[in-house]
Design a protein around this ligand. Structure first.
Ligand SMILES: CCCCC/C=C\C/C=C\C/C=C\C/C=C\CCCC(=O)SCCNC(=O)CCNC(=O)[C@H](O)C(C)(C)COP(=O)(O)OP(=O)(O)OC[C@H]1O[C@@H](n2cnc3c(N)ncnc32)[C@H](O)[C@@H]1OP(=O)(O)O
Length: 194
């Protein structure tokens, strides 16, 4: 990964990320931020159901098992699905900063094919913050958490207000999210960045 792509190099005034004091402890599962999320939600039959855990500093680890619904070539994970797994893992970092942010840019390297049935072991960290811009990178390994790298990504997330979702999302899903009986998910959606 060169890290030199336009938009992915932190500016000179960028600072180190600060882990929020109320961030989940290292090793603690983050849970899904939204039940219908294709990346992490438990209510999406063909979703990735990615499970992320807090790491040290502003880092996370996550696992995703490639299922038959995720194929591109026969027996192999679709590259877009792998990019989704990276995107979701990177997105979950924002919970450690207690910000709501969306992906502005995601640059992905596909290094090795990933067969169906494989567990992809992901890790991600925020590398720098500059105002609303959050710079991060992620790696996905196969065969174990220390196995060979199959995919990696660099990303730029942009912090947004909750209005981003209420203004652009469909009313029925917004209403359902507001009525979510899961208090933690409601807090994550509405109280972090009102
Ligand atoms: C009520 C219900 C709420 C439900 C919420 C539920 C849960 C909430 C919790 C978490 C949810 C959040 C995310 C989900 C988590 C993980 C899933 C994975 C993440 C995703 O899957 S998320 C979907 C895909 N994502 C999008 O759907 C974004 C579409 N997009 C936009 O909405 C705008 O595009 C936006 C907001 C990005 C920026 O728009 P904007 O107007 O706010 O800001 P602006 O354009 O001024 O950019 C400010 C500075 O960022 C620089 N910048 C911007 N974009 C750049 C780029 N691409 N490359 C390089 N630099 C870029 C500018 O150059 C400027 O830089 P500078 O400040 O230096 O001038």
């Amino acid at each position: 990964m060169s890290g030199t792509s336009s938009g992915l190099t932190p500016p000179a005034d960028a600072v180190a990320p600060v882990r929020h004091p109320d961030a989940p402890a290292p090793g603690e599962p983050l849970g899904a931020h939204y039940g219908q999320c294709f990346g992490c939600g438990g209510e999406q039959p063909h979703g990735l159901r990615l499970e992320a855990r807090a790491g040290d500093g502003v880092s996370v680890t996550a696992e995703f098992t490639v299922r038959p619904a995720h194929q591109g070539a026969p027996g192999l994970a679709h590259g877009g699905v792998l990019a989704t797994a990276l995107d979701e893992t990177l997105g979950s970092l924002n919970w450690l900063l207690r910000t709501i942010a969306v992906t502005g840019r995601l640059e992905t390297d596909f290094v090795r094919p990933v067969p169906v049935g494989t567990v992809l072991y992901l890790d991600a960290e925020v590398t720098a913050v500059a105002g609303r811009k959050i710079y991060s990178r992620a790696t996905g390994r196969i065969g174990g958490p220390e196995g060979p790298v199959a995919v990696r990504a660099e990303a730029l997330f942009i912090e947004v207000k909750v209005d981003h979702f209420t203004e652009h999302g469909r009313p029925q899903e917004i209403r359902a999210a507001m009525d979510d009986p899961d208090q933690l998910r409601r807090v994550r959606a509405f109280e972090v960045n009102p």
